[in-house]
Design a protein around this ligand. Structure first.
Ligand SMILES: Cc1ncc(COP(=O)(O)O)c(C=O)c1O
Length: 459
């Protein structure tokens, strides 16, 4: 029998995937010797400290040799204790210094676990009717059945809609394409989108609502849209008024990505629970976590209860030792400051690109989490026909030139719309930012030439 081409069930069965064999800094190398700038930081915003860092490999080897796995129902271990301590003492935002960390293996698990913790919190306080979660359209919180339900990514929800648990959704906070009253612009937001939370909670009955979940900067679904000034403070106030917990999804934004340790710090808002993953271990190991405020932990402990959650790999020593090594690297190399500085430079350079390319409708972002929205008609913000697959085309064009982008669709209304997300390693320097933008520039020019003369039917 001949050798199979692949036994892997790849995401896209019609695509030929190049084989990556090595990584170094912000670059990836495939089996044919091609070099790629990791502009998306993995899929996406994962590879926080870049590839091939020797001290991380050493820390992992040492931990694996000592103890790779320990039964978490019976023991704690040094790695999980150290990783949790580093997070609360050196990275967590104000209000979490005395908090606790529950470890999981990724972002979707973190979402599901945060919701379970919120439900248990209410039940333990005698408010067991609080079962509903309010999320936002155009947000993404993961791909498990629960996380999909709370998120509002239409394309990812559609095939599984019938199986999703009940959840409520409010409009996104998105001044460029305001869903609330259409009167907002990039320079201002009326915050009516935040008031939709109050209305939704009252309509459902506050006694039925457990939590509100939101990304401070909407990553994969909208392409790096930061909350408008005042938005997070308003939703915090609404949650408090109704006894609803606020879960901040910092799976993409946590651990320095936006130029602060956690994105909520840009707005001075304190959530009850924070979910994280991705940058926490920089892609060197699967790791996610839920950060809980001390008040939250005390409340459950006061009733002598334990959290009814559990995963075989929770607190895995190898993953946690990797996470601790990555976080120490972020701290010791001042990468949060670099994300702030290089993020501002990347955003400015992408805005410069907008002047040269009429198909760039909007450029936005915070720190090293930036998005470029592509439109057919900039004046009217009209998206390309979805059948043209513009984001995918530009993504393939950048890949062919040696730049990994993270294309997304449905940006305008859940169905139409295209964007590219850029979230390179926090180690990136100015010359590498220039390289990223120049490769995107050439790719946009090539795709513009490809589609010149094609008529866009109204969407
Ligand atoms: C904001 C956000 N939350 C949750 C998730 C789910 O994380 P994971 O893919 O690790 O399950 C993602 C993944 O992209 C994300 O961007």
């Amino acid at each position: 029998m001949g050798q199979r081409a692949t036994a892997v069930l790849h995401r896209d069965l019609g695509r030929n995937y190049p084989t990556i064999v090595r990584g170094e800094g912000v670059y990836l190398f495939d089996a044919d010797g091609n070099r790629y700038l990791d502009g998306s930081g993995g899929s996406a915003a994962v590879t926080a400290i870049g590839h091939g860092v020797p001290e991380i490999a050493r820390a992992m080897a040492e931990q694996a040799a000592r103890i790779a796995y320990a039964p978490s129902h019976a023991f704690t271990n040094e790695a999980v204790e150290e990783c949790a301590r580093l997070i609360v003492e050196e990275f967590a935002p104000p209000g979490f210094e005395e908090g606790r960390v529950w470890f999981v293996s990724g972002g979707s698990e973190a979402t599901d676990n945060a919701v379970k913790m919120a439900l248990q919190y209410h039940r333990d306080r005698g408010e067991g009717t609080r079962h509903l979660v309010v999320g936002r359209w155009m947000s993404y919180h993961g791909s498990t059945i629960g996380a999909l339900a709370y998120g509002g990514n239409a394309g990812r929800r559609r095939p599984y809609a019938a199986a999703l648990p009940a959840a409520e959704h409010i409009p996104p906070c998105h001044p460029y394409r305001c869903w609330a009253d259409g009167a907002c612009s990039n320079s201002g937001c009326s915050l009516r989108c935040a008031d939709a939370l109050d209305r939704t909670i009252r309509q459902a009955g506050a006694e039925n609502v457990a939590a509100f979940i939101a990304e401070p900067v909407v990553g994969a679904t909208l392409g790096a849209v930061p909350a408008a000034p005042g938005y997070l403070a308003r939703v915090r106030e609404i949650c408090d008024r109704h006894g609803v917990l606020f879960i901040a999804d910092e799976v993409m934004t946590g651990f320095g990505r936006t130029g602060r340790n956690f994105a909520v710090e840009h707005w001075g808002v304190t959530p009850d629970l924070i979910t994280c993953a991705k940058g926490i271990a920089g892609g060197y190991a699967p790791l996610g976590a839920v950060l809980a405020r001390p008040e939250f932990v005390t409340e459950v402990a006061r009733r002598g209860r334990s959290f009814v959650v559990g995963h075989t790999s929770s607190g895995n020593p190898l993953s946690c030792a990797t996470g601790a090594a990555v976080l120490r690297y972020v701290r010791d190399h001042d990468l949060v400051r670099n994300a702030d500085e290089m993020g501002a430079y990347l955003l400015a350079r992408l805005r410069g690109l907008q002047e040269r390319h009429p198909m760039i409708g909007d450029v936005r972002g915070l720190g090293l989490l930036c998005g470029v929205e592509l439109v057919w008609d900039r004046g009217h913000k009209q998206p390309f026909p979805p059948a043209w697959g513009i984001a995918r085309r530009v993504g393939e064009a950048t890949l062919a030139r040696g730049l990994v982008s993270y294309p997304g669709t449905g940006t305008a209304d859940g169905v139409a719309g295209d964007h590219l997300l850029y979230a390179p390693p926090l180690t990136i320097d100015r010359a590498q930012v220039d390289e990223l933008v120049d490769l995107l520039d050439a790719s946009l020019e090539a795709v513009a030439a490809e589609i010149a003369g094609m008529d866009a039917a109204p969407v």
